[in-house]
Design a binder for this molecule. Structure first.
Ligand SMILES: CC(C)(COP(=O)(O)OP(=O)(O)OC[C@H]1O[C@@H](n2cnc3c(N)ncnc32)[C@H](O)[C@@H]1OP(=O)(O)O)[C@@H](O)C(=O)NCCC(=O)NCCS
Length: 177
């Protein structure tokens, strides 16, 4: 399959109706800690918070072929050198086409190359096979499992902890050359 391409751009208020639609879709949020219902008012408050000058979160809208398909973010630890990662491709028709992987690779480049991070980590439900595959492809290592850690729709889920270190990401770049 040809390498998928995405464009990451800063989020705007005009993106919020898409987030409301996606975050109210039970299929999109099946493997996330998002618990509905999600309202435009709530998203406006979230937008103000994450775009404030003192915010520790960097959010990007993900575009593929000029279309807004999702959102991803780095949540900076107070040290400024460690960040958590989160992603939602909200447009379900675009799942499994390599866009999540392309977006994450670009976020890792920004995080390690431009922001000087030492580590990026994330958590994923053990049942999220598509997500886990995507993260492994990008070089994340499994660091452990929090067993029965999250109650999602009446079922206890195991949560996988993953992380990638600066030198692991750098080694990937060298092997591409
Ligand atoms: C998880 C998510 C970000 C992955 O992005 P994506 O663009 O769909 O994933 P990609 O196409 O880049 O990579 C998916 C990989 O999983 C594989 N895959 C696809 N569907 C799968 C499935 N049902 N089971 C197992 N693997 C699957 C793909 O084949 C691909 O691997 P490959 O390149 O080796 O063939 C996206 O699907 C999403 O946002 N889902 C809904 C919200 C969510 O789960 N967010 C993450 C919470 S941790």
């Amino acid at each position: 399959m040809a390498q998928a391409h995405v464009r990451l751009r800063p989020i705007t208020e005009a993106d919020l109706p898409d987030y409301v639609e996606w975050l109210n879709d039970p299929e999109v949020t099946e493997f996330t800690q998002v618990e509905g219902p999600c309202t435009l008012e709530g998203e406006r408050e979230w937008f103000q918070r994450v775009t404030a000058p003192d915010s520790h979160t960097r959010n990007w809208a993900i575009e593929a072929n000029g279309r807004h398909i999702g959102n991803c973010a780095l949540m900076l630890h107070e040290s400024g050198e460690i960040a958590g990662f989160g992603i939602i491709i909200g447009d379900k028709t675009q799942w499994g086409k390599g866009y999540g992987t392309a977006a994450l690779r670009e976020v890792l480049r920004i995080g390690f190359e431009e922001m000087g991070l030492q580590r990026v980590h994330l958590t994923a439900f053990a049942g999220n096979t598509r997500g886990l595959r995507c993260y492994e492809k990008c070089g994340f290592q499994r660091e452990g499992v929090r067993r029965r850690h999250y109650l999602k729709r009446g079922r206890w889920c195991d949560v996988v902890c993953m992380g990638i270190l600066r030198e692991e990401w750098e080694a990937q770049q060298c092997s591409k050359e």
